[in-house]
Design a protein around this ligand. Structure first.
Ligand SMILES: C[S@@+](CC[C@H](N)C(=O)[O-])C[C@H]1O[C@@H](n2cnc3c(N)ncnc32)[C@H](O)[C@@H]1O
Length: 168
């Protein structure tokens, strides 16, 4: 089991052997500054907090923010650097039921990529103020994309196991 800080292997959890080498590399394009230093204090998802967070882009990419200020919402992709990468079956603490990694939004996954749709408050130079994050202070940023409600929103989408647990 990976010894990533704060993640222990729970009963019912299963790991997979990771491949010997990764297939590709990524560039961290910045860091996300949030009020949260420990996982237990983080919101569980992007809508659980209205804290204003700061995305600090590596200055080499600042020109790429041209026209971003016209967007009300952005998709942020970030790298959950404190999560283990070898869990294939997980038992999330707040649900207590075994589920496949790919049925969960857990940060523990082979490529620990997280996503949130955030509300853009403003941009100053290489810094973006946003609302709608759930990650630790200092979490590496992978990408910024415009959120298109016209194509990204699927209002009738469902997650069966979750709706069964939380019937309307
Ligand atoms: C359930 S994940 C959801 C992430 C993202 N919104 C998504 O859906 O892909 C959010 C949780 O990941 C954990 N977390 C936050 N930052 C992390 C980091 N840098 N490394 C590992 N775990 C992190 C915290 O426990 C937080 O509550």
């Amino acid at each position: 089991m990976s010894s990533s800080k704060g993640f222990g292997l729970r009963d019912g959890e299963q790991t997979a052997d990771l491949p010997a080498q990764p297939d590709a590399g990524v560039y961290f394009i910045g860091r996300i500054h949030t009020p949260w230093r420990e996982r237990k204090d983080c919101p569980k998802n992007a809508r659980e907090s209205d804290a204003v967070c700061t995305v600090e882009l590596d200055p080499r990419w600042t020109a790429g923010l041209k026209d971003v200020g016209s967007c009300s919402h952005l998709v942020l992709l970030y790298w959950m650097d404190k999560a283990p990468r070898n869990l294939v079956l997980q038992v999330p603490g707040h649900y207590g039921v075994q589920r496949g990694t790919f049925a969960l939004r857990s940060p523990a996954r082979p490529n620990p990529i997280a996503m949130s749709v955030v509300r853009l408050l403003g941009i100053e130079g290489n810094r973006l103020s946003v609302v709608g994050l759930d990650c630790l202070d200092g979490t590496p940023l992978l990408d910024i994309k415009p959120y298109f409600a016209s194509t990204d929103s699927v209002p009738d989408a469902s997650v069966g196991w979750h709706s069964a647990k939380n019937p309307k």
